[in-house]
Design a protein around this ligand. Structure first.
Ligand SMILES: Nc1ncnc2c1ncn2[C@@H]1O[C@H](COP(=O)(O)OP(=O)(O)OP(=O)(O)O)[C@@H](O)[C@H]1O
Length: 680
């Protein structure tokens, strides 16, 4: 059975890991009750456009944990849609593809897609009487009951985790292909993204089974129709099916297969060279780690890819211990490079370099349980160490505060090679494999916790393109943008020319630059150099237009400021005029204006007003501004100088008058109020 996630509030008392702070409210009599389904969608609603859901029931083995509220799902399988960014959605892919031009980040952040696969109890475990501690309430949830808490007798240790998809023990290998999101990963890789699917979990939890199927499949020539085939085999079939349908694009496939054994990187396709370890180096150019001298095989046919898988599986390090007869003693990375060359409109060829990594991690081991010793113990220690570093990286990357700090990728070969998948430009699918058996509860809980954390990791997928072609494509986009801006600026300037024709300040005779006219369709006929020149020309012209526009705006600003000053001065003058009129009207000696005051009977009409001032006309029709006049502050300085000069002249005159005794006597008889304050 497959269940998919939706953000369902936990109604049960024991809350999920994400809500652990509320766990204090756990009731004593907690029973395993599944949370209600908040958004169950029928098959038709959730059906992936490209991968229509099968009509058969996905539940190949009825689970005894199933609750009565799920009875409705017996005949029609109910799939619950996961979150918006669910990997596996063809819609998302289309959006990404349409946005993806150049080597710019093409998507918003993308979360690592995390699914969980629970293997069935083995025959050995059933015979030993082990029971399952996992239950599946639906909505992409896994409930783990680790039994009574030793600390407090009545408290049960029940936790609920939510993932994008949960594969219950009855899920088939086909279900993993259809619902894990691997199809989306392949589609993204074909589109030029760097994609990674990795299996994580304790030893014997079913990682290799999920990725490649049981080990005996590869001992002889495998039968393609075998239902036990794992995800890699099925993904290859799907990939070739896809490539065949893309007749407009030419594809070249290359594959490599390596293992990390005891912290040494070994080539699984080139075992003849005495199994010398390869070096992992940092590439400045790509900004990532790479394996030097790794053997890559050209794969023209599906059979070539399958041969790579078989060869690698035969050569990888496998050992046996108490918990797994065929235990992987190394981490393996199988990479398929997909180089595509597609003809775009206008005859441009765009080549992209996508890839998909299949990572089968060696399982974490409790050496007491596996009873490892000697070489197996050394292997176990190395496996555990590298998985611990991976755990640190996942924990740091999922913590938004730590994400920008140091991530210890360099501490193990595994994390160096997975760095890009976890936090870089790739799209990542994590398949967490767990055992349902009670005796594995600590490891299962650990894996569920790591997987839950990994869900919070966000990456920024980008398409990997040939830099020269990416440049041409981006130059083409620049030309279009510049042309649009050019047109806009020209319109703005033309508009202003019309408006500014009346303004003397605007120099309409300014020489205009010649505007190159290029048919975009013919762009492709031009070489890279010519296109660059064209962009430069447009940029230059746009710069000139921008400057002209700025000048016009600056002039407009000055005009508006002057306008404001003149208006304010005008208002002041009017006010003064009104005051003068009031004084004139009040004075019996002075008539305001002879003809008006004399002829009006009404007192109010005695006030002289300038009829024009109150006429509702726009300000620029009421006043004309002298552009040569000094600014307001300069005017103020000038005024002060005039006033000071006049005062000095007056003081001088008075002084001269008082020096003459006759004149002084005359002055003494005058009203003292005549003298300005400053002279008393
Ligand atoms: N979903 C499943 N259905 C049936 N059998 C399974 C399933 N998953 C695992 N097994 C069986 O369980 C055993 C252990 O699985 P597998 O070797 O894949 O584990 P692993 O996680 O890769 O272990 P290790 O880390 O030690 O390599 C195998 O015998 C395998 O066939």
């Amino acid at each position: 059975m497959v269940t998919r996630a939706t953000s369902v509030p936990n109604s049960i008392d024991s809350l999920s890991e994400g809500n652990r702070s509320r766990r204090n409210t756990t009731k004593r009599d907690t029973k395993l009750k599944p949370p209600p389904r908040s958004r169950s969608l029928t098959n038709s609603q959730t059906r992936n456009k490209r991968n229509p859901s099968p009509t058969k029931s996905l539940n190949s083995r009825s689970s005894n944990s199933r609750n009565s509220d799920r009875s409705g799902s017996r005949n029609t399988p109910i799939l619950v849609r996961s979150r918006e960014h669910e990997i596996g959605s063809a819609d998302t892919l289309e959006i990404i593809a349409s946005k993806s031009t150049g080597s710019e980040p093409s998507t918003p952040d993308d979360n690592v897609n995390v699914v969980v696969r629970v293997r069935p109890l083995s025959q050995k475990e059933r015979q030993a009487g082990h029971e399952s501690i996992l239950q599946f309430p639906g909505n992409g949830q896994v409930m783990i009951d680790s039994g009574r808490d030793s600390g407090s007798r009545n408290k049960t240790n029940v936790r609920v985790f939510t993932y994008n998809v949960v594969f219950e023990p009855g899920a088939t290998q086909d279900d993993i292909l259809d619902y894990s999101g691997i199809k989306r990963l392949i589609e993204m890789a074909v589109e030029g993204f760097s994609c990674t699917a990795f299996c994580y979990g304790q030893t014997g939890s079913g990682k290799t089974h999920t990725l490649t199927g049981p080990p005996d499949l590869f001992q002889n020539r495998p039968n393609p129709a075998d239902p036990r085939h794992g995800l890699i085999f099925r993904a290859f079939l799907y990939l070739f099916q896809m490539l065949k349908s893309r007749t407009d694009t030419h594809f070249v496939l290359k594959a490599s297969f390596l293992e990390i054994y005891n912290e040494k990187v070994m080539d699984l396709l080139n075992t003849g060279s005495g199994r010398k370890p390869l070096t992992v180096r940092w590439s400045k150019k790509s900004g990532g780690f790479f394996v030097e001298n790794l053997f890559t095989v050209d794969c023209e046919e599906l059979d070539d890819l399958l041969a790579v898988l078989e060869e690698g599986m035969r050569n990888r390090a496998v050992g046996s211990h108490q918990m797994n007869d065929h235990s992987s003693r190394s981490h393996t990375i199988l990479t398929v490079h997909i180089i595509s060359e597609q003809k775009m409109e206008g005859g441009i060829f765009i080549s992209k370099h996508g890839k998909i990594n299949f990572v089968d991690l060696a399982g974490s081991e409790m050496t007491k349980k596996t009873m490892s010793e000697g070489t197996t113990l050394e292997e176990a220690n190395n496996i555990n160490k590298s998985l611990m570093v991976l755990g640190y990286c996942i924990a740091s990357l999922s913590d938004s505060k730590k994400k920008s700090g140091h991530i210890p990728y360099r501490d193990s070969q595994l994390t160096k090679l997975l760095a890009d998948s976890l936090a870089g430009k790739g799209v990542t699918l994590m398949i967490a494999c767990v055992s349902p058996a009670q005796y594995n509860h600590a490891e299962t809980l650990n894996t569920l916790r790591y997987a839950f954390r990994a869900k919070r990791i966000r990456t920024k997928p980008i398409i990997i393109m040939d830099p020269r072609e990416a440049l041409i494509l981006s130059l083409k986009r620049d030309i279009q943008a510049l042309e649009a801006e050019n047109e806009h600026l020209k319109n703005a300037i033309n508009l202003h020319h019309e408006n500014a024709a009346m303004s003397e300040s605007f120099d309409i005779n300014q020489p205009q630059l010649p505007i190159p006219k290029i048919d975009l369709q013919k762009l492709t006929e031009l070489g890279g150099q010519e296109v660059t020149e064209l962009v430069k020309l447009y940029m230059q012209e746009n710069e000139n237009l921008r400057q002209e526009n700025n000048q016009i705006y600056a002039q407009r600003e000055i005009l508006l400021r002057d306008h404001e000053i003149v208006s304010r001065e005008n208002e002041k003058l009017l006010k003064k005029l009104e005051d003068v009129n009031k004084v004139c009207v009040r004075s019996p000696l002075i008539t305001a204006t002879g003809d008006l005051s004399g002829s009006q009977e009404d007192n109010s009409a005695n006030i002289w007003t300038n009829p024009e001032v109150f006429e509702e006309k726009p300000i620029d029709e009421r006043i004309s501004v002298d552009k040569s006049r000094p600014s307001q502050s300069a005017q103020r300085v000038k005024d002060k100088k005039i006033i000071a000069k006049q005062i000095l002249e007056m003081a001088d005159r008075i002084e001269r008058q008082t020096a003459d005794p006759e004149k002084r006597r005359e002055l003494e008889h005058m009203d003292s109020g005549y003298m300005p304050d400053m002279f008393t």
